[in-house]
Ligand binder design. Sequence first.
Ligand SMILES: [Fe+2]
Ligand SMILES: [Fe+2]
Length: 141
Amino acid sequence: MRSLRWTPENSVYVPEIDSQHQEMFRLAGELRQAVLESEKAERLALRARLLADCLAGHLTFEERLMRDAEYPSLEWHERQHRTARSKLAALRSSIEDAQRQSVFEAVESLAAWMRDHTAVADRMAGAYLRNHWRASACTIC
Ligand SMILES: [Fe+2]
Ligand SMILES: [Fe+2]
């Protein structure tokens, strides 16, 4: 089972995005642990809702930053976000079905997406955003 801990190696060097990622990883890790400890279905549903709200807010936040900065790969990035939204929906329905194994698999699938997406797509977006903001603030360019 791979770790779900955010480390500085996961940084995209945009503080607000990094702190949202830390929260997402924390909530996903706690949910996974709760599944492993056979926490009650209502508690799992609450944890899943917290993660869903955090992640949904984060995806919207990133999309707004990228749109405002006219990020050229926005469409590609948004497609990846759509994948996360459907994984979240799968997580929610697995919790409604109350099948521990399928909840665990749904959390793992979402966690794998988070690791891959933050390591590649978000890092690329972070680099673009930093350059964009630097250039916008530059008064002699
Ligand atoms: Fe993203
Ligand atoms: Fe992100």
